[in-house]
Design a binder for this molecule. Structure first.
Ligand code: PLP
Length: 359
Protein backbone atom coordinates (compact mmCIF):
# COMPACT_ATOMS: atom_id res chain seq x y z
CA UNK A 1 0.00 0.00 0.00
CA UNK A 2 1.22 3.49 -0.85
CA UNK A 3 1.66 6.05 1.94
CA UNK A 4 -1.67 7.77 2.60
CA UNK A 5 -1.99 11.38 3.78
CA UNK A 6 -4.57 12.17 6.44
CA UNK A 7 -8.15 12.13 5.12
CA UNK A 8 -8.68 15.81 5.98
CA UNK A 9 -5.66 16.72 3.85
CA UNK A 10 -7.25 15.12 0.80
CA UNK A 11 -10.39 17.19 1.37
CA UNK A 12 -8.48 20.44 0.92
CA UNK A 13 -9.13 22.37 -2.28
CA UNK A 14 -5.80 24.08 -2.92
CA UNK A 15 -5.79 27.90 -3.00
CA UNK A 16 -5.64 29.22 -6.55
CA UNK A 17 -3.57 32.41 -6.70
CA UNK A 18 -4.41 35.29 -9.04
CA UNK A 19 -3.41 34.56 -12.61
CA UNK A 20 -0.35 36.20 -14.12
CA UNK A 21 0.28 37.55 -17.59
CA UNK A 22 3.47 37.68 -19.59
CA UNK A 23 2.44 41.09 -20.83
CA UNK A 24 -0.35 43.43 -19.87
CA UNK A 25 -1.72 44.31 -16.47
CA UNK A 26 -2.01 41.95 -13.52
CA UNK A 27 -4.90 43.17 -11.40
CA UNK A 28 -5.62 39.85 -9.74
CA UNK A 29 -3.61 39.84 -6.52
CA UNK A 30 -4.03 43.26 -4.87
CA UNK A 31 -0.35 44.08 -5.26
CA UNK A 32 0.97 47.63 -4.92
CA UNK A 33 1.09 49.21 -8.40
CA UNK A 34 3.81 51.61 -7.18
CA UNK A 35 6.13 48.73 -6.29
CA UNK A 36 7.85 48.99 -2.92
CA UNK A 37 9.84 51.54 -0.96
CA UNK A 38 13.21 52.12 -2.68
CA UNK A 39 14.81 51.87 0.75
CA UNK A 40 13.25 48.43 1.26
CA UNK A 41 14.52 47.29 -2.11
CA UNK A 42 18.04 48.54 -1.31
CA UNK A 43 17.96 46.75 2.03
CA UNK A 44 16.98 43.47 0.37
CA UNK A 45 19.74 43.90 -2.22
CA UNK A 46 22.22 44.51 0.59
CA UNK A 47 21.09 41.24 2.13
CA UNK A 48 22.10 39.39 -1.04
CA UNK A 49 25.75 39.79 -0.04
CA UNK A 50 25.29 37.45 2.95
CA UNK A 51 23.24 34.56 1.69
CA UNK A 52 25.31 32.00 3.62
CA UNK A 53 24.21 33.38 6.98
CA UNK A 54 21.07 32.12 8.74
CA UNK A 55 18.48 34.77 9.45
CA UNK A 56 17.83 36.04 12.97
CA UNK A 57 15.39 33.39 14.18
CA UNK A 58 13.65 35.85 16.49
CA UNK A 59 13.39 38.63 13.87
CA UNK A 60 14.46 40.91 16.71
CA UNK A 61 15.38 44.05 14.78
CA UNK A 62 12.23 43.79 12.69
CA UNK A 63 10.00 43.31 15.72
CA UNK A 64 11.71 46.28 17.37
CA UNK A 65 11.08 48.42 14.29
CA UNK A 66 7.42 47.40 14.20
CA UNK A 67 7.11 48.01 17.95
CA UNK A 68 8.62 51.45 17.55
CA UNK A 69 6.40 52.36 14.61
CA UNK A 70 3.18 51.42 16.42
CA UNK A 71 4.20 52.08 20.00
CA UNK A 72 3.68 48.45 21.01
CA UNK A 73 5.72 45.86 22.91
CA UNK A 74 7.97 43.85 20.54
CA UNK A 75 7.69 40.89 22.92
CA UNK A 76 4.07 40.59 21.89
CA UNK A 77 4.81 40.53 18.18
CA UNK A 78 5.58 37.44 16.12
CA UNK A 79 6.60 37.50 12.47
CA UNK A 80 5.72 34.99 9.80
CA UNK A 81 6.39 34.13 6.17
CA UNK A 82 3.37 36.16 5.15
CA UNK A 83 0.32 36.43 7.34
CA UNK A 84 -0.73 33.17 5.69
CA UNK A 85 1.90 31.42 7.75
CA UNK A 86 0.57 33.05 10.91
CA UNK A 87 -2.86 31.56 10.14
CA UNK A 88 -1.29 28.14 9.63
CA UNK A 89 0.57 28.43 12.90
CA UNK A 90 -2.64 29.39 14.67
CA UNK A 91 -4.33 26.31 13.26
CA UNK A 92 -1.42 24.16 14.41
CA UNK A 93 -1.48 25.60 17.90
CA UNK A 94 -5.23 25.90 18.47
CA UNK A 95 -7.18 23.51 16.23
CA UNK A 96 -7.74 19.79 16.06
CA UNK A 97 -10.30 17.42 14.59
CA UNK A 98 -13.78 18.21 15.86
CA UNK A 99 -13.05 21.91 16.42
CA UNK A 100 -14.78 24.69 14.52
CA UNK A 101 -13.75 28.03 13.17
CA UNK A 102 -16.17 30.74 12.10
CA UNK A 103 -15.72 33.13 9.23
CA UNK A 104 -18.01 35.21 7.07
CA UNK A 105 -19.62 33.77 3.96
CA UNK A 106 -17.45 35.72 1.53
CA UNK A 107 -14.46 35.96 3.85
CA UNK A 108 -10.84 35.25 2.95
CA UNK A 109 -10.39 31.61 1.87
CA UNK A 110 -7.10 30.89 3.58
CA UNK A 111 -8.77 30.55 7.00
CA UNK A 112 -10.78 27.59 5.80
CA UNK A 113 -7.69 26.00 4.26
CA UNK A 114 -5.68 26.14 7.46
CA UNK A 115 -8.60 24.82 9.49
CA UNK A 116 -8.91 21.84 7.15
CA UNK A 117 -5.24 21.03 7.62
CA UNK A 118 -5.99 20.49 11.28
CA UNK A 119 -9.20 18.58 10.60
CA UNK A 120 -11.32 21.45 11.96
CA UNK A 121 -14.62 22.46 10.45
CA UNK A 122 -15.34 25.90 8.97
CA UNK A 123 -18.70 27.50 9.69
CA UNK A 124 -19.53 30.22 7.18
CA UNK A 125 -21.97 32.86 8.30
CA UNK A 126 -24.05 34.73 5.70
CA UNK A 127 -23.04 38.33 5.03
CA UNK A 128 -25.44 41.26 5.09
CA UNK A 129 -24.77 43.76 2.30
CA UNK A 130 -21.53 41.92 1.49
CA UNK A 131 -20.33 42.70 5.00
CA UNK A 132 -19.63 40.38 7.92
CA UNK A 133 -22.68 40.05 10.17
CA UNK A 134 -21.89 40.25 13.86
CA UNK A 135 -25.13 38.78 15.17
CA UNK A 136 -24.93 35.94 12.68
CA UNK A 137 -21.39 35.13 13.75
CA UNK A 138 -22.32 35.23 17.42
CA UNK A 139 -25.23 32.90 16.94
CA UNK A 140 -22.97 30.41 15.13
CA UNK A 141 -20.72 29.98 18.16
CA UNK A 142 -20.82 26.51 19.69
CA UNK A 143 -18.84 24.60 22.31
CA UNK A 144 -16.55 23.55 19.46
CA UNK A 145 -15.72 27.07 18.29
CA UNK A 146 -12.04 27.84 18.79
CA UNK A 147 -11.31 30.75 16.44
CA UNK A 148 -13.35 33.48 14.76
CA UNK A 149 -11.49 34.93 11.76
CA UNK A 150 -12.47 38.38 10.57
CA UNK A 151 -10.72 40.07 7.66
CA UNK A 152 -11.28 43.77 8.23
CA UNK A 153 -11.43 45.16 5.58
CA UNK A 154 -12.46 41.93 3.91
CA UNK A 155 -11.05 40.43 0.73
CA UNK A 156 -12.72 39.99 -1.77
CA UNK A 157 -15.68 42.21 -0.81
CA UNK A 158 -13.69 45.34 0.09
CA UNK A 159 -16.13 46.14 2.88
CA UNK A 160 -15.28 46.71 6.55
CA UNK A 161 -16.82 46.52 10.00
CA UNK A 162 -16.73 49.70 12.06
CA UNK A 163 -14.78 49.61 15.29
CA UNK A 164 -17.93 49.48 17.44
CA UNK A 165 -19.16 46.41 15.60
CA UNK A 166 -15.84 44.64 16.12
CA UNK A 167 -16.08 45.54 19.80
CA UNK A 168 -19.60 44.15 19.94
CA UNK A 169 -18.41 40.97 18.23
CA UNK A 170 -15.70 40.53 20.81
CA UNK A 171 -18.03 41.29 23.70
CA UNK A 172 -20.39 38.52 22.57
CA UNK A 173 -17.73 35.81 22.28
CA UNK A 174 -16.87 33.36 25.05
CA UNK A 175 -13.46 34.17 26.52
CA UNK A 176 -11.96 30.89 25.28
CA UNK A 177 -12.63 31.77 21.64
CA UNK A 178 -9.77 33.55 19.86
CA UNK A 179 -10.82 36.49 17.69
CA UNK A 180 -8.34 37.00 14.85
CA UNK A 181 -8.54 40.42 13.24
CA UNK A 182 -6.81 40.23 9.87
CA UNK A 183 -5.98 43.82 9.00
CA UNK A 184 -4.10 43.16 5.75
CA UNK A 185 -5.53 46.31 4.16
CA UNK A 186 -5.60 48.55 7.25
CA UNK A 187 -3.18 51.13 5.84
CA UNK A 188 -5.55 51.89 2.98
CA UNK A 189 -8.58 52.66 5.13
CA UNK A 190 -9.39 56.30 5.77
CA UNK A 191 -12.60 56.02 7.80
CA UNK A 192 -13.02 57.57 11.22
CA UNK A 193 -14.96 54.58 12.52
CA UNK A 194 -12.32 52.04 11.46
CA UNK A 195 -9.65 50.52 13.65
CA UNK A 196 -7.17 47.78 12.74
CA UNK A 197 -7.66 46.17 16.15
CA UNK A 198 -4.32 47.30 17.55
CA UNK A 199 -5.85 48.49 20.85
CA UNK A 200 -7.97 45.38 21.27
CA UNK A 201 -5.03 43.08 20.58
CA UNK A 202 -3.03 45.06 23.10
CA UNK A 203 -5.54 44.87 25.91
CA UNK A 204 -7.65 41.71 25.54
CA UNK A 205 -6.70 38.11 26.29
CA UNK A 206 -8.41 36.60 23.24
CA UNK A 207 -7.77 39.04 20.37
CA UNK A 208 -4.94 38.73 17.86
CA UNK A 209 -4.32 41.23 15.07
CA UNK A 210 -2.44 40.21 11.94
CA UNK A 211 -0.75 42.48 9.40
CA UNK A 212 1.13 41.96 6.17
CA UNK A 213 3.94 43.49 4.15
CA UNK A 214 2.39 42.09 0.96
CA UNK A 215 -0.10 44.84 0.26
CA UNK A 216 0.67 48.52 0.83
CA UNK A 217 4.36 47.82 1.48
CA UNK A 218 4.64 46.04 -1.85
CA UNK A 219 6.81 43.17 -0.58
CA UNK A 220 4.61 40.20 -1.48
CA UNK A 221 7.52 38.36 -3.11
CA UNK A 222 9.46 38.25 0.15
CA UNK A 223 6.60 36.74 2.23
CA UNK A 224 6.37 38.76 5.41
CA UNK A 225 3.61 39.28 7.93
CA UNK A 226 3.22 39.71 11.66
CA UNK A 227 0.82 39.27 14.51
CA UNK A 228 0.31 41.23 17.71
CA UNK A 229 -1.64 40.02 20.68
CA UNK A 230 -1.70 38.53 24.16
CA UNK A 231 1.59 37.08 25.41
CA UNK A 232 0.09 33.61 25.74
CA UNK A 233 -1.02 33.48 22.10
CA UNK A 234 2.31 34.86 20.86
CA UNK A 235 4.09 32.24 22.97
CA UNK A 236 1.99 29.45 21.43
CA UNK A 237 2.79 30.66 17.90
CA UNK A 238 6.49 30.86 18.76
CA UNK A 239 6.43 27.25 19.94
CA UNK A 240 5.02 25.88 16.70
CA UNK A 241 6.81 28.06 14.15
CA UNK A 242 9.98 27.01 12.37
CA UNK A 243 13.13 28.37 14.02
CA UNK A 244 14.02 30.46 10.94
CA UNK A 245 10.57 31.02 9.46
CA UNK A 246 11.24 34.56 8.21
CA UNK A 247 14.08 34.88 5.73
CA UNK A 248 16.84 37.45 6.10
CA UNK A 249 15.96 39.55 3.04
CA UNK A 250 12.38 39.89 4.25
CA UNK A 251 13.57 41.04 7.66
CA UNK A 252 15.90 43.66 6.19
CA UNK A 253 13.37 44.95 3.70
CA UNK A 254 10.59 44.95 6.30
CA UNK A 255 12.57 47.19 8.64
CA UNK A 256 13.27 49.70 5.87
CA UNK A 257 9.68 49.55 4.63
CA UNK A 258 8.06 50.21 7.97
CA UNK A 259 10.31 53.21 8.50
CA UNK A 260 9.48 54.71 5.09
CA UNK A 261 6.25 56.53 5.90
CA UNK A 262 6.65 58.62 2.75
CA UNK A 263 6.19 55.62 0.49
CA UNK A 264 3.26 54.30 2.51
CA UNK A 265 1.36 57.57 2.43
CA UNK A 266 2.11 58.08 -1.25
CA UNK A 267 0.69 54.60 -1.92
CA UNK A 268 -2.41 55.24 0.18
CA UNK A 269 -3.01 58.59 -1.50
CA UNK A 270 -2.61 57.15 -5.00
CA UNK A 271 -4.99 54.34 -4.10
CA UNK A 272 -7.63 56.70 -2.71
CA UNK A 273 -7.71 58.70 -5.94
CA UNK A 274 -7.66 55.76 -8.32
CA UNK A 275 -10.13 53.70 -6.25
CA UNK A 276 -12.65 56.55 -6.44
CA UNK A 277 -12.02 57.10 -10.14
CA UNK A 278 -12.32 53.41 -11.05
CA UNK A 279 -15.39 52.84 -8.85
CA UNK A 280 -17.25 55.81 -10.32
CA UNK A 281 -16.37 54.98 -13.90
CA UNK A 282 -17.49 51.35 -13.58
CA UNK A 283 -20.67 52.34 -11.76
CA UNK A 284 -21.52 54.79 -14.53
CA UNK A 285 -21.77 51.85 -16.94
CA UNK A 286 -24.68 50.56 -14.86
CA UNK A 287 -22.80 47.84 -12.98
CA UNK A 288 -22.87 47.41 -9.23
CA UNK A 289 -19.60 48.27 -7.48
CA UNK A 290 -19.47 47.41 -3.79
CA UNK A 291 -18.08 50.27 -1.73
CA UNK A 292 -14.43 49.40 -1.08
CA UNK A 293 -12.03 50.77 1.50
CA UNK A 294 -9.15 48.60 0.26
CA UNK A 295 -7.02 48.50 -2.91
CA UNK A 296 -9.48 46.63 -5.10
CA UNK A 297 -13.12 46.74 -6.12
CA UNK A 298 -15.72 44.01 -6.29
CA UNK A 299 -17.93 44.45 -9.34
CA UNK A 300 -21.20 42.59 -9.78
CA UNK A 301 -22.50 41.57 -13.22
CA UNK A 302 -25.88 40.22 -14.27
CA UNK A 303 -26.12 36.44 -13.74
CA UNK A 304 -27.14 35.69 -17.31
CA UNK A 305 -27.24 37.21 -20.75
CA UNK A 306 -24.58 39.23 -22.51
CA UNK A 307 -23.12 41.04 -19.53
CA UNK A 308 -21.97 38.20 -17.28
CA UNK A 309 -18.83 38.25 -15.18
CA UNK A 310 -17.43 35.44 -17.28
CA UNK A 311 -17.86 37.42 -20.50
CA UNK A 312 -16.48 40.58 -18.96
CA UNK A 313 -13.49 38.57 -17.72
CA UNK A 314 -12.87 37.31 -21.26
CA UNK A 315 -13.12 40.85 -22.67
CA UNK A 316 -10.63 42.13 -20.10
CA UNK A 317 -8.22 39.29 -20.84
CA UNK A 318 -8.45 40.01 -24.53
CA UNK A 319 -7.38 43.57 -23.76
CA UNK A 320 -4.46 42.40 -21.64
CA UNK A 321 -6.01 42.76 -18.19
CA UNK A 322 -6.07 39.92 -15.69
CA UNK A 323 -8.57 40.28 -12.86
CA UNK A 324 -9.73 37.81 -10.23
CA UNK A 325 -12.74 35.64 -10.70
CA UNK A 326 -14.23 35.01 -7.29
CA UNK A 327 -16.29 31.88 -7.88
CA UNK A 328 -14.33 30.15 -5.14
CA UNK A 329 -15.66 32.80 -2.75
CA UNK A 330 -19.24 32.02 -3.66
CA UNK A 331 -19.45 35.08 -5.91
CA UNK A 332 -19.86 33.68 -9.44
CA UNK A 333 -21.35 36.93 -10.76
CA UNK A 334 -18.54 39.14 -9.53
CA UNK A 335 -15.02 40.07 -10.51
CA UNK A 336 -12.45 41.51 -8.15
CA UNK A 337 -10.26 44.15 -9.76
CA UNK A 338 -7.13 45.45 -8.04
CA UNK A 339 -6.24 49.10 -8.38
CA UNK A 340 -3.35 49.25 -10.82
CA UNK A 341 -1.15 51.92 -12.33
CA UNK A 342 -3.13 54.70 -14.01
CA UNK A 343 -2.81 53.16 -17.47
CA UNK A 344 -4.12 49.83 -16.18
CA UNK A 345 -7.14 51.48 -14.60
CA UNK A 346 -7.72 53.43 -17.81
CA UNK A 347 -7.71 50.15 -19.70
CA UNK A 348 -10.21 48.57 -17.30
CA UNK A 349 -12.53 51.56 -17.65
CA UNK A 350 -12.22 51.55 -21.40
CA UNK A 351 -12.77 47.78 -21.77
CA UNK A 352 -15.74 47.67 -19.39
CA UNK A 353 -17.33 50.75 -20.97
CA UNK A 354 -17.04 49.22 -24.42
CA UNK A 355 -18.22 45.85 -23.14
CA UNK A 356 -21.33 47.36 -21.55
CA UNK A 357 -22.11 49.73 -24.41
CA UNK A 358 -21.72 47.15 -27.16
CA UNK A 359 -24.63 45.04 -26.07
C1 PLP B 1 -3.49 39.47 0.86
C2 PLP B 1 -4.14 39.11 2.15
C3 PLP B 1 -3.36 38.70 3.23
C4 PLP B 1 -1.87 38.69 3.14
O1 PLP B 1 -1.34 37.46 2.99
P1 PLP B 1 0.24 37.30 3.05
O2 PLP B 1 0.41 35.88 3.34
O3 PLP B 1 0.72 38.19 4.15
O4 PLP B 1 0.77 37.71 1.73
C5 PLP B 1 -3.98 38.39 4.42
N1 PLP B 1 -5.31 38.50 4.54
C6 PLP B 1 -6.09 38.93 3.54
C7 PLP B 1 -7.54 39.09 3.76
C8 PLP B 1 -5.52 39.24 2.31
O5 PLP B 1 -6.28 39.63 1.30
Amino acid sequence: MAPEPLPNVLEITPYVPGLSLETGYKLSSNENPLGCSPAARDAALQGLTQLEVYPDGGANLLRNAIGERYGIDPERIVCGAGSDEIFQLLARAYLQAGDEIIQSEHGFLVYQLVAQQSGAKTIKVPDVDMTAHVDGILSAVTEQTKIVFLANPNNPTGTYLPFEEVRRLHAGLPSNVLLVLDAAYAEYVSKNDYSSGLEMAGSLENVLMTRTFSKIYGLAALRLGWAYGPAKVIDAINRVRGPFNVNALAQLAGIAAIEDDGFTSKSAEFNRRELARLSEAIESTGLKVYPSVANFVLVEFPSEGDYTAEKADAALQKDGVIVRDVKAYGLPNCLRISIGVKEANDQVISTISTFMAAR
